[in-house]
Unconditional design. Structure first.
Length: 301
């Protein structure tokens, strides 16, 4: 399958799609934001919940927060999250809110090229104009740091960024986040956090060989995380079997404590430390209530 995709991408790059060269095939829509005034405090909260700070920082290296650089390795090569501070060249200081909206919700760079799904933008597509304005207000408040994050190092043909336009068209969507009728506010909030901003499925849903999430494997675990990590299944039955209840899970997402007395390791430790530990108790309970509800098992894709 990887091989088939490689050939397909290379071929598409040569012949173009429908007569238009893939390199100039436009993607994404111009954003029309109804709301442009943001609350930086709420934006900071969303940035924690979304893991933006966790992934775009590399505390171990001594680099300032949000200067990127914490590389991770996948089957496609090594990715380096960029600097998101307000520095005009090293960071995103020269961007507009429209550039930011298009990058975060649609995965498209200011020059029109697609981002790699290592940036989990598919999960951020549901963010409202207000959410984007709040995030932007928070990022505008980050001190400029002239620290170069470094470049991705990917293998052919995945290093051909325009080939991603095909990938994006096939796999670019995220799981559903909109409120469902007949569901409690808590369940719907949990759905929004788990399937959207919290991007739990980015690690807990297995991917096919082209790196697309398998709809039939929603939250069923993945043995194929970056840097050879493994994420266990977190469907309702799996969680119950592992000894979780709504209250112990809400507490685990705050403290990192697991039912067997151990603490979360590897990637999940980071998710808790830089993400869920900062959320409100109500939001952690919503995540736990949603994940442990029987009806969640078949909810997403
Ligand atoms: C799992 C790690 C991860 C998370 C979580 C993440 N990002 Fe990123 N982000 C990346 C990577 C990797 C790239 C570069 C992708 C590429 O090279 O195509 C990126 C690129 C970006 C860019 C483009 C920057 C540029 O200079 O072109 C922006 C803006 C951005 N991310 C914002 C965010 C925001 C806002 C959030 C949270 C809502 C977030 N990211 C969460 C990994 C992540
Ligand atoms: C960066 C990848 C990553 C993301 C994102 C992620 N997880 Fe995890 N998760 C893991 C890994 C790895 C483990 C295994 C940790 C361990 O064994 O110590 C794990 C373990 C867990 C467990 C324990 C399951 C068990 O069998 O006891 C729960 C519950 C969980 N995650 C919930 C979540 C929720 C909720 C989210 C979204 C808010 C999330 N995870 C997002 C990687 C991730």
């Amino acid at each position: 399958m990887r091989r088939i995709l490689s050939v397909l991408l290379a071929l598409a790059a040569v012949v173009g799609v429908g007569g238009v060269s893939l390199a100039v095939w436009p993607i994404g829509e111009p954003p029309e934001l109804a709301e442009r005034t943001g609350d930086p405090q709420r934006g900071g909260y969303l940035a924690r919940a979304g893991g933006c700070i966790a992934c775009h920082s590399d505390p171990g290296s001594g680099r300032p927060a949000l200067t990127g650089g914490a590389q991770f390795t996948t089957a496609f090569g090594t990715f380096v999250p960029p600097n998101l501070t307000t520095h005009p060249t090293a960071g995103i200081g020269a961007w507009t809110i429209d550039d930011f909206a298009r990058a975060v919700r649609q995965g498209v760079a200011p020059d029109g090229s697609p981002y790699y799904p290592a940036f989990p933008y598919a999960f951020y597509g549901h963010l409202s104009d207000q959410d984007i304005a709040d995030l932007w207000a928070a990022f505008r408040g980050v001190k400029a740091q002239e620290v170069t994050a470094g470049a991705n190092d990917l293998t052919f043909p995945f290093n051909l960024r325009f080939g991603l336009k095909i990938w994006r068209a096939i796999y670019g969507g995220g799981p559903p986040t909109d409120p469902m009728d007949g569901r409690s506010e808590t369940w719907n909030r949990g759905r929004w956090l788990v399937n959207g901003l919290g991007h739990c499925g980015a690690c807990h849903t297995d991917r096919n060989l082209a790196g697309g999430r398998r709809a039939d494997a929603y939250l069923a675990g993945s043995d194929d995380l970056p840097d050879r990590g493994k994420a266990p299944p977190i469907r309702p039955g799996d969680l119950r079997e592992a000894g979780w209840t709504v209250s112990s899970l809400a507490f685990g997402l705050k403290s990192g404590a697991m039912p067997d007395g151990d603490t979360f390791g590897s990637g999940m430790g980071e998710v808790v430390r830089h993400g869920t530990a900062w959320l409100s108790q109500a939001d952690r309970e919503a995540i736990a209530a949603y994940l442990l509800d029987e009806d969640t098992a078949g909810d997403g894709g």
